[in-house]
Design a binder for this molecule. Structure first.
Ligand code: SER
Length: 597
């Protein structure tokens, strides 16, 4: 069975058992400002695990693309990756332990045909508030898992919530004891990881292939309390299940990775089996794959939030290319992108439609970085002691993200402290703030009638661009005078004449409909939950003003967190016209537009 067959089989197994297949969320979560990336299947389902009714019912299944930034430096061993797919099934107050464990066991042994003697399981050992999970242990026993393959672990291993064990959970967060299944690859244990090997040992012999979380608790001020419903939150790494099916202890040798490694071998002229080069090849394969999926979901390299992580992934790949003797980052990108698109052609067919755009973004970033890479590396080499201040200079001058300099410093056996780097960064930010005296509040030069109209036009433009070009569009800057608006937004390529025309038409339709422009005041969290666009979250106070163009509740055209002012009805704009579209910076386009009545 290939990874693609496994995904299909899993979804159909649970659909046959009454589950509805739901649409996975993009890698950048929608309406969730608390986190940068979707990192597990349950993330978009939190409100429903807490008791809200899900429109598709109480049994759900999907395969969720996920990214875990905290694992960037772990990549290089036989199993860690930053990007992965999580097969997930959920019971929202429906079935519980018996059905979940029995079905998963059936899926593993009957559908995937894994040898049950190679399966080990873990259950929660209990603590002062939550009982030992003897129920799960006894279900496993009845399914044929002998006592010596059932392990009890504390909350650090067998409790799952988005923030870890109970003491780390914020009040209101759902969580619960979990039961994991491990596959025994039978590889040699190394004492470097402890005297005795066991399922949670890090030597690589046992690999976790599925986690059933019995999410029936919620954090309170004093401990935990039961939720109004008992949920099941299951997540299993597709890549790891593929390893088990192929009996292949190296994730990079499975069908979901090897075609990428193959391209890296060809480009570098080096063999993967040669141990010296394994880590570099694994890092490049993982990071470029993750970057491709991020770009496809609308992320562009930048110095902030998701864009910064993407930049770090691309730049880190380029540094590892150097270890393999690949001097031109573009070569590796041209070899790897088609391989990734081909691996995922069945399930993520949108990748091929975006292949050209993805390649362009990657190439541009690689070229930009290649120009300074050598110089930056030389600077690090020749500097005897690198402190935070120098690391900041290297960041500013050569574009080396902090983590990369830190890694290079660690590699040569030195240490480096982040505090000084942060201090320099802050100083630099303040300096640029105080020197940008030409900035206008909220991008407005004044509050004249003309400027106000153009401000409303900017909201219409923002919403229209997202509808025509896609949700990757985000505002990067705005400047309005009484003559014209200027709007900068993330988009990797020039807009076509056709696209410009469609955007203009869409806006003029809204003007002709004479839609009301209204505002309400609410918490920032509610604003985001209601779908309001809010791109400068660090600036916002707890209560914000949300402007809506169109009906306030359903069917609105635009909703944005904004201080105003705006016209009261869109017909006041008369008509809208784009007068220029050009590049503003790498990955950022600029539109000049006017209104006229
Ligand atoms: N939420 C759990 C995990 O991420 C199970 O889906 O492991």
């Amino acid at each position: 069975m290939t990874s693609s067959d496994i995904r299909k089989a899993y979804i159909s197994f649970f659909v046959k058992r009454g589950h509805k297949e739901i649409t996975p969320s993009p890698l950048v979560p929608e309406n969730d400002p608390t986190t940068l990336f979707t990192s597990s299947g349950m993330q978009p389902l939190v409100p429903y695990l807490l008791g809200e009714k899900h429109p598709q019912g109480t049994r759900l299944v999907d395969s969720q693309r996920s990214f875990r930034a905290q694992d960037i430096e772990e990549v290089g061993d036989n199993r860690h990756t930053t990007f992965f797919e999580m097969l997930g099934n959920w019971s929202l107050g429906d079935y519980f332990k018996k059905e979940q464990l029995t079905w998963f066991f059936e899926f593993l042994t009957k559908v995937l045909k894994l040898d049950s003697n190679k399966l080990y399981v873990s259950v929660f050992e209990g603590n002062k508030d939550i009982p030992r999970d003897i129920e799960s242990a006894s279900i496993w026993k009845n399914l044929g898992i002998s006592d010596d393959r059932i392990f009890y672990y504390p909350a650090s291993k067998n409790w799952w919530s988005r923030s870890g064990p109970p003491e780390k959970m914020p009040v209101g967060e759902p969580g619960g004891p979990s039961s994991e299944v491990f596959y025994d690859f039978g590889t040699q244990h190394s004492n470097a990881f402890g005297q005795k090997c066991h399922p949670n040992c890090d030597c690589g012999r046992f690999i976790e292939i599925g986690n059933s979380v019995f999410m029936e608790y919620k954090k309170t001020e004093s401990g935990v309390e039961k939720l109004s419903q008992k949920n099941v939150d299951f997540g299993g790494g597709l890549e790891r299940l593929t390893m088990a099916v192929a009996s292949e202890p190296d994730i990079f040798k499975t069908d979901i990775f090897y075609p990428i490694i193959n391209q890296i071998e060809k480009t570098s002229g080096k063999n993967y089996i040669d141990n010296l080069n394994k880590k570099a090849m694994r890092v490049i394969a993982d990071h470029l794959k993750a970057s491709i999926f991020m770009i496809a979901d609308g992320v562009l390299p930048s110095n902030k939030t998701q864009g910064y992580t993407l930049r770090r992934l691309i730049r880190r790949s380029i540094v590892y290319c150097k270890d393999l003797g690949i001097v031109n980052g573009v070569d590796i990108i041209r070899a790897v992108v088609p391989a990734v698109v081909n691996i995922y052609k069945d399930y993520y067919s949108y990748l091929s439609a975006k292949q050209q755009q993805i390649t362009l973004v990657l190439e541009e970033e690689a070229l930009k970085f290649s120009k300074t890479l050598e110089k930056g590396l030389r600077e690090i080499e020749k500097t005897e002691k690198i402190d935070g201040k120098i690391a900041f200079k290297i960041y500013e001058t050569f574009g080396f993200p902090w983590e990369m300099t830190q890694e290079l410093v660690h590699k040569r056996g030195d240490t480096i402290d982040r505090t000084e780097f942060e201090r320099e960064f802050e100083k630099h930010k303040q300096l640029s703030r105080s020197t940008s005296s030409g900035m206008f509040k909220g991008g407005l030069a004044d509050h004249s009638v003309e400027t106000t109209k153009l401000h409303t036009a900017t909201h219409l433009l923002h919403a229209a661009l997202r509808k025509v070009l896609g949700v990757h569009i985000s505002q990067k800057g705005s400047h309005i005078t009484d003559k014209r608006l200027r709007f900068d937004f993330s988009h990797p390529q020039k807009m076509t004449n056709e696209e410009i025309k469609t955007v203009e038409e869409l806006i003029n339709q809204q003007i002709n409909k004479n839609l009301p422009v209204t505002f309400t005041i609410m918490s920032y969290k509610d604003a985001v939950a209601k779908g309001a666009l809010a791109f400068f979250s660090e600036k916002y106070q707890d209560k914000v003003k949300v402007y809506t163009i169109g009906p306030a509740n359903a069917g609105w055209f635009s909703k944005e967190v904004c201080g105003g002012p705006h016209v009261d009805f869109t017909s006041k704009l008369g008509s809208f016209r784009i007068i220029k579209e050009e590049s503003a910076a790498s990955g950022v386009r600029r539109i000049y537009a006017v209104v006229n009545n």
